[in-house]
Design a protein around this ligand. Structure first.
Ligand SMILES: C[S@@+](CC[C@H](N)C(=O)[O-])C[C@H]1O[C@@H](n2cnc3c(N)ncnc32)[C@H](O)[C@@H]1O
Length: 257
């Protein structure tokens, strides 16, 4: 997929994305800070970092700020969000490379065997079905250097359906409260307004075509994540933070095999 050519107030749309995501995702920025801090990687080293399902690069830009010599590969298959990220980065840094690619496609992963010190992902992997997620965990393991870290912030389901129904209800109430308080766009409002501003329906059609949703809004159950990560060979698999159906999971590839 090639990146379409269009113009926008890139910084404004980046901020509107942030405001929207911050309403949906409890303690989003705190979670991002934890994901960067917990691996304890040296701040000045030339680290390689991958952000999967990066959107416009929210977490990738924070990683860049924390690791002054870090090099970031930021992957997403949404051409509009990737364009926003690229334009925000333009002229300020050449340490971030946006890659318009599908996480599920094996091809681009082949160039990244044992390259990364840290693989990050935020609110993206629940878009994949269980089979693709398990496969992706294996690819993340392969892309990490020995001793490298995977940190994932995402929805995580309870193993108990009754608890999950309560999580969903409480989270929805929190979302509504956050949107009322901030006046931020919700997901549909963001895309409708962006579509109007772009006046380019072909772009949104391209986006809809690319955004192949196959996952579950609840995310996979806790046991699934832990089991699949351990199956790949990860150690130190831990839930570092959880609130209702939201979590930060970390895992480390062993240093010596
Ligand atoms: C809710 S957004 C989160 C974006 C960003 N990580 C953040 O926290 O702001 C989920 C992102 O995952 C991306 N995504 C979902 N499935 C994907 C896939 N199979 N390949 C690449 N990107 C994907 C979507 O395009 C979207 O940008």
């Amino acid at each position: 997929m090639t990146l379409p050519d269009f113009d926008l107030d890139w910084h404004l749309w980046f901020e509107r994305w942030e405001a929207m995501q911050n309403c949906y995702i409890p303690q989003r920025l705190y979670r991002f800070a934890l994901m960067l801090e917990l691996p304890g990687l040296p701040r000045e080293d030339k680290l390689w970092i991958l952000d999967l399902g990066c959107g416009p690069g929210s977490l990738a830009f924070l990683a860049l700020r924390r690791h002054a010599n870090g090099l970031i590969v930021a992957v997403d298959f949404d051409p509009v969000l990737v364009a926003i990220g690229q334009q925000v980065a333009k002229g300020t840094t050449d340490r971030i490379q946006f890659l318009l690619a599908d996480i599920r496609e094996g091809g681009w992963w082949k160039g990244y065997e044992e390259v990364f010190d840290l693989v990050l992902s935020a609110t993206a992997l629940h878009w994949l079905n269980a089979e693709h997620l398990a496969e992706t965990y294996g690819r993340i393991y392969g892309a990490l250097k020995p001793g490298g870290w995977f940190m994932n912030s995402d929805h995580i389901a309870s193993d108990n359906p009754r608890t999950q129904a309560l999580y969903r209800k409480i989270l929805q109430e929190k979302h509504q409260k956050a949107f009322r308080k901030t006046g931020a766009d919700d997901w549909n409002g963001f895309w409708e307004d962006l579509g109007r501003e772009l006046n380019r329906l072909d772009l949104l059609a391209l986006r809809n075509e690319a955004a192949f949703w196959e996952g579950t809004e609840d995310g996979q159950p806790k046991r699934f994540h832990i089991g699949q990560l351990e199956r790949c060979g990860f150690e130190e698999v831990e839930i570092h933070w959880q609130e209702l159906g939201e979590a930060v999971i970390g895992a480390r590839k062993p240093s010596v095999r």
